[in-house]
Write a protein that binds this ligand. Structure first.
Ligand SMILES: C[S@@+](CC[C@H](N)C(=O)[O-])C[C@H]1O[C@@H](n2cnc3c(N)ncnc32)[C@H](O)[C@@H]1O
Length: 316
């Protein structure tokens, strides 16, 4: 079958391509011979643009990979794929259900928000449920993706942090969620205290404790600031993954940390001053501290990054 195309001398091809790009077909491959380039185009170009050299000819079909072609910033948690907020063609995304590890397709309707850092989701296709079991670093995490926070994008960060821990260390996970830092640390042989004020997150954390056959993990439902009001110099590691708000709990974390303990303070940094604001925040709240490391964890939104500042009591 012959298709309509715009014929262009090779030297002018880029200028012509720019001019006609709204009409280019992405299901056919552009072709060329010694002197000319042939751009396959929609038939409607003939009415819209008069000064073009139009010819009909054969074209090879372009292999479109529909999965790759979907705007691919979707997350996979267990067997649930979650499409981003801005995806327009939800119908086309149904192709993801053809993957053997995906049984549910949802779409974000809101960013992660509110005190419990949850998101609103819309059902797009597949099985109608929001509960799943996610596997990460050999551990299992049961959760409801709408009722409790979890991000597979922090997987590398979790293993990076837990690598710094030793068997027998005492770890306090102040904002534990369904437990991805806590369970991994406990699996390594640390003694872990996990807190969260979201009853759903705590329910799943308790299930995850038994799912992963862990003993050395204590779980408390409540506000970390209140529950941890007592206690001093006890923790080797304090994890504070509550960007935007964890600075309010800095004095609690510092009090709980041993002299040589490490506090993992997560926040959102602006591109132009990645760590500056956070470091000033820590200084304002607790005065001098010992900075061990600062790093970018992942991009968060345009020009903003999820960052971690590792510090402890003391100076330097
Ligand atoms: C960003 S999530 C992190 C969860 C987990 N650490 C992870 O990496 O998946 C923050 C968690 O802090 C909890 N949270 C918010 N305010 C809290 C508070 N005052 N005390 C205890 N937990 C709190 C939320 O319910 C949420 O589960």
């Amino acid at each position: 079958m012959k298709y309509l195309s715009v014929k262009s001398p090779i030297k002018e091809a880029e200028a012509i391509r720019q001019k006609i790009k709204a009409f280019l077909r992405d299901d056919l491959r552009t072709d060329k011979d010694v002197d000319f380039v042939y751009f396959p185009v929609q038939e409607s170009i003939a009415e819209e643009m008069k000064d073009l050299w139009l010819v009909k000819r054969d074209f090879k079909k372009r292999e479109i990979n529909p999965v790759e072609d979907i705007k691919t910033s979707y997350d996979v948690i267990g067997d649930i794929a979650i499409l981003p907020l801005d995806i327009e063609d939800e119908e086309r995304a149904l192709v993801l259900l053809g993957r053997k590890n995906i049984n549910v397709l949802l779409k974000r309707l809101s960013p992660v928000e509110g005190e419990h850092r949850t998101r609103k989701l819309k059902y797009i296709g597949g099985e109608k449920r929001t509960e799943t079991i996610h596997k990460e670093h050999g551990c299992f995490y049961k959760l409801d993706v709408e009722k409790a926070y979890f991000s597979p994008r922090l997987s590398t960060e979790r293993s990076r942090v837990v690598k710094k821990m030793e068997q027998g260390d005492f770890v306090i996970d102040m904002f534990a969620g369904i437990g991805p830092f806590s369970i991994l640390a406990a699996k390594k042989g640390c003694r872990v205290l996990s807190l969260d004020n979201n009853p759903y997150a705590i329910r799943y954390l308790r299930e995850n404790k038994s799912l992963n056959r862990i003993k050395n993990l204590d779980i408390v439902l409540g506000d970390s600031g209140k529950v941890l009001a007592g206690g001093k110099n006890v923790a080797d590691h304090v994890i504070m993954n509550l960007p935007f708000k964890s600075y309010k709990f800095l004095d609690t974390a510092l009090r709980l940390s041993k002299e040589n303990g490490r506090i993992y303070f997560y926040s959102i940094g602006r591109e132009e001053d990645l760590f500056g604001e956070q470091i000033r925040e820590i200084e304002e709240r607790i005065g001098k501290f010992r900075l061990y490391e600062k790093r970018v964890v992942r991009p968060y939104s345009p020009y903003r990054y999820h960052v971690c500042i590792e510090f402890g009591p003391g100076e330097g």
